[in-house]
Design a protein around this ligand. Structure first.
Ligand SMILES: NC(=O)C1=CN([C@@H]2O[C@H](COP(=O)(O)OP(=O)(O)OC[C@H]3O[C@@H](n4cnc5c(N)ncnc54)[C@H](OP(=O)(O)O)[C@@H]3O)[C@@H](O)[C@H]2O)C=CC1
Ligand SMILES: N[C@@H](CC=O)C(=O)O
Ligand code: NA
Length: 459
């Protein structure tokens, strides 16, 4: 904190005018400026915030907010180096220059608010190490679940729990696409274009569609839930490109909806009584977890099955809380601005009550890496669709192959024909992924098998 402010706090004088340097005035930046400018009826501390500088790429672009001429600049480095700026709000997105600007702000003793999950999931180690050294906070509520409060609850309200599972629908764009494909039978490309128009999608929507945005987010949630850092390359990631209307329709008939789930879960729990096992769940970096993103068949009765459109939800399970679900708008200007502004508010409060010791409930201080279990050790159910020659005994051959690799089947349905080929849908019981893959490799060699168009996990 600048010396003058420290002195004011020390002498009990409430200072006004916490100066913000906002980097970016796109969807999130504009929403945040609008919220801060329209502060009547909101928390009184917001009145202490001054929008001091806003950094953009182009000064000529039409803007949806009015700012005094001197506020807008294209010199983002000048903002993070300006001694007048107390808090830097990074909402430009992307990796560079976002990472360097955040690090420079920290080096200059400024607190940071960011909505940038891509930067945090890749460079969190570097950023939080620098922040802890400099005694500043890096706040990221908007980075996961948009407007849904989930980062602060994990850091504070739920931190006394031993968390064993975090399951989320954390990408609004893909949930919006899957919901409209399901309810309206619209093509993938048309729905994606709408999601982009509505400001949900990332500048490059590949990050949404291929699951990378959700992978960034679950890495951040897992890190907070399990108290260790996560290497992004350890997060298994599959997107929704291969989800077809055919599978959505079969899933529906079987009592499921298809959702892109991001899951972080403790694994290899010892085979003891449920009560004792509950007590052995440990949110420590030594306890192996699996962290993954993939389209998943979710039973219609599951709480996540009814999360539709751009909405996100995060189901946290632990001991002693049991289950708690966070639900709300996961993207969009207003929702994300709510999260960014709540971080700003926390920092204003911290600046006004500052002591030399950082508040451990606002900072991220863990340093060890979580141990991640390889995917082949994962135990899950599978849905698979086969196209086979229409010969007697095909189902028997499939069953024999699965049995050889200890894959037990919950249901096998011959659903119809595609031209000359029979369509068979199989749902397994819980199986080890490695065993299932071996069975599939052998099934592919069977003369009666034409192709395996779909392979999805089941919750
Ligand atoms: N959109 C959403 O719903 C959500 C977004 N987020 C995250 O928030 C962040 C911002 O997203 P969003 O607002 O959608 O992004 P936009 O693309 O809408 O806005 C980006 C802004 O940053 C500015 N900018 C980008 N690069 C530079 C640069 N190199 N130099 C100067 N200015 C730059 C742009 O300037 P100019 O206007 O001049 O082009 C623009 O104002 C991202 O990290 C995103 O992942 C998080 C939750 C939800
Ligand atoms: N593109 C993201 C925006 C929020 O993080 C999404 O669709 O969820
Ligand atoms: Na959030």
């Amino acid at each position: 904190m600048p010396t003058l402010q420290l002195l004011l706090v020390k002498f009990g004088i409430r200072f006004v005018g916490v100066k913000l340097g906002i980097l970016g005035l796109g969807t999130v930046g504009t929403g945040t400026v609008q919220l801060l400018q329209d502060n009547a009826g909101r928390h009184p501390l917001l009145r202490d915030v001054e929008i001091y500088r806003v950094g953009v790429r182009s000064l000529d672009k039409p803007r949806m907010v009015e700012l005094p001429g001197a506020v807008l600049t294209t010199d983002l480095a000048a903002i993070v180096n300006d001694p007048q700026v107390d808090i830097v709000v990074e909402v430009i997105g992307g990796l560079e220059p976002a990472r360097s600007l955040i690090l420079k702000a920290i080096e200059n003793g400024k607190h940071v608010v960011t909505a940038n999950k891509a930067v945090i999931s890749r460079f969190g180690d570097e950023i939080f190490t620098a922040a802890n050294k400099a005694g500043v906070y890096v706040m990221l509520e908007a980075a996961v679940g948009g407007g849904i409060p989930v980062i602060q609850p994990l850091k504070q309200s739920l931190s006394v729990n031993r968390i064993h599972t975090v399951t989320g629908i954390v990408n609004g764009t893909t949930n919006y696409i899957l919901t409209r494909m399901q309810t309206e039978g619209i093509s993938f490309d048309d729905v994606l274009a709408d999601a982009q128009k509505l400001g949900y999608a990332e500048a490059d929507p590949t990050a949404d569609v291929d699951g990378l945005d959700a992978a960034d987010k679950i890495a951040i949630l897992a890190s907070l839930a399990f108290g260790g850092r996560i290497k992004l390359q350890d997060v298994y990631c599959e997107g929704i490109r291969q989800v077809s209307k055919t599978d959505i329709a079969y899933a529906d008939k079987l009592g499921f909806v298809i959702k892109l789930l991001a899951i972080a879960k403790t694994v290899n729990l010892p085979p003891i009584s449920p009560t004792l096992r509950e007590a052995t769940y440990a949110s420590t970096p030594d306890h192996p977890i699996s962290v993954r993103v993939h389209p998943t068949l979710v039973p219609k009765a599951h709480p996540l099955a009814s999360i539709n459109g751009v909405y996100n939800a995060i189901l946290v399970e632990g001991e002693p809380i049991g289950q708690v679900m966070f639900f709300g708008p996961g993207a969009g200007a207003g929702a994300t601005a709510s999260a960014v502004s709540s971080d700003i508010l926390n920092l204003v409060a911290a600046l006004q009550t500052s002591t030399a010791t950082p508040n451990p409930l606002l900072s991220c201080r863990h340093q060890d890496y979580c141990q991640i279990t390889p995917l082949e050790e994962l135990v899950t159910r599978f849905y698979t669709r086969f196209l086979t020659k229409d010969q007697p005994g095909v189902i028997g051959k499939l069953g024999t192959c699965f049995g050889k690799y200890s894959v037990s089947l919950e249901s096998v349905v011959q659903t119809g024909f595609q031209g000359e080929l029979a369509e068979i849908v199989v749902v397994t019981h819980d199986v080890r992924e490695g065993d299932f893959r071996q069975a599939l490799a052998e099934i592919r060699t069977l003369e009666a098998i034409d192709s395996i168009p779909s392979l999805l996990r089941v919750l």
